[in-house]
Design a binder for this molecule. Sequence first.
Ligand SMILES: [Zn+2]
Length: 331
Amino acid sequence: MSEKTSFSVQTKDELARIYPEKPCCRLAELAAMVRLDGTVTLGTGSKMGLFVTTEYSAAARKVYRLLKDCFNIEGEITIKRQTRLKRHTLYNIRVPMGDNVPDVLRQLGILAEGSSRAIMPGIKKDLIRTQCCRRCYLRGAFLGGGSISSPDGNYHLEIITSHERLATSLASLINRFPEMLAKVSRRKQWYVVYMKDSEHIAAFLTVIGAHRALLEFENTKIMKDMKNQVNRLVNCETANLSKTVDAAMRQIENIQLIEETLGLNNISPPLADLARLRAENPEINLKELGELMQPPIGKSGVNHRMRKLEELAAEIRRRSLASQEEIKLAK
Ligand SMILES: [Zn+2]
């Protein structure tokens, strides 16, 4: 598979190649795929037909095989290449018009029980009675209407349908698993069942058996988390560094002011020594500055002397401001 193949396509390709073992699970998965991707055609009398359309050849083969195994129906596969607007291929599995189709549709939970033509609103309970079948129904639903964003970007998994009741039923089916939480939102004529939490998405991939996709999802997530952590650390260090630089610049301004006005030789020698060292070493922190002193002093000692220099500079500024005001007044 090429690198450009989306994560969604890779995931669906993996899922399409999983074939359920138990008959109950086969029916559940087929029911979901037909529900999400199927179209019922109405004929004369009680005759009905059905076709399922998918963009994935592996999914088309799966529907074909499931129809054969569950109902002994030979679907007709046609391939439509769409070249003008969309560049994808559509696979069509058609169940020919027949008297048996309504019963098949009732078993698949598409037609309501006892009704001739009414579509069943939610998910037929018989199809999702056991845990194995719930997983398979969700796999079929994802294959039919699902997509997942690459874990490189924002975490997002969704299944879309135009039926509101199906959307809410799918969300509650997902939410029967305690490790997941799905919500439903509206997008134009669609109802979107979605998850945005990476833990929930990972759980969904586990539940539907997308183990390869899960592995890639987790690996990418780990790399992304690590990158974010490194970035946070770097930003944090940069912030600290710029704080140190800002402080050093202010200290050097103070020292220059003292030198220009009072002269460093005219202040107390311990302060003058520190002032000279700082002026010569603007890039180091207070602790390192203390280590350069003769004799060395601790960080708090350096801090104390820096504050004295700061106060001295502040006093000089106050006085020069006052004298300027005097001059101003004198004019
Ligand atoms: Zn089952």
